[in-house]
Design a protein around this ligand. Sequence first.
Ligand SMILES: Nc1ncnc2c1ncn2[C@@H]1O[C@H](COP(=O)(O)OP(=O)(O)OP(=O)(O)O)[C@@H](O)[C@H]1O
Ligand SMILES: [Mg+2]
Length: 278
Amino acid sequence: MNVRQKKPLILSIASGKGGVGKTITTVNMALAARRMGYKTLLLDGDFGLANVDIVLGLKARYTIQDVLDGEVEMEDTLLDGPLGLKIIPSGSGFARLADLKLTQRIRLLDKISEIAQEYDVLFIDTGAGISESVLHLNSVADAILLVTTPEPHAQTDAYAFVKVMCEKYGKRRISLIANQAVSDAQGHKVYQNLADVAKRFLDFDLGFAGVVPKDAVVQRSVMMQRVADDQVKHTLSGQAWNEITRKTIESLVSEPKDDSSRGLSDLLFPNFGALRAL
Ligand SMILES: Nc1ncnc2c1ncn2[C@@H]1O[C@H](COP(=O)(O)OP(=O)(O)OP(=O)(O)O)[C@@H](O)[C@H]1O
Ligand SMILES: [Mg+2]
């Protein structure tokens, strides 16, 4: 296993519109990374709206709120997921990320950053939309996987994400996942449309991560909280997520180490532009 010296590799999963498949994508990619042998941490970054623990049928003992209240350390929140995956759950029903004060947000991310140093890959399931706090969290990633469905307003919102991200944080590495496609051709068309518009209006090169088919097994596995079941990895959607994970990690690992690339620590010492954007 080849991992860059700068650890961890940070991959965020984003979407313009909600409900398009970010959490299910994050969980499947994190499990795929574990199968590839990477020490993997998953941060449920949609603070206040528990996603990941619910999907996996896990029960969070402590939440980020307990950390903020000084009751427990961040390590105490760590959940053991399937295949040795470690999870920082968000917990439900407390202040959303956007509602946290800057000092609280920095304190949290400082603690997460400390834990993350021990991992090869950190996946962040971020909230939907283009709020400042969501964009900021995505801006620390080495690569952003932007999820959309073929639905027209999911595509429009995905474009809005790319546009605002470019405006606020400059051109980042963003790759599209066309999820819930009814055919490979439909998924490619979704990518091509968005890539064309991004090139034309933003002069931005949108990357292509892959197509994930609409799959009844996925819906069932979510309903039954059995997303990590072995059979899921053999479905067409499971294979697509495996392949996207392999390609994404391998392409980043093979890149020359770039000391200027932003990591989680950028959140701790944000530059002026990032601070203004908070
Ligand atoms: N490839 C797929 N095939 C079939 N159904 C899917 C697929 N991907 C996602 N879904 C369906 O979409 C639902 C929403 O997925 P998920 O919770 O991952 O979305 P999300 O983007 O994280 O939502 P939110 O913005 O609310 O956090 C799932 O419960 C599942 O039923
Ligand atoms: Mg979600």
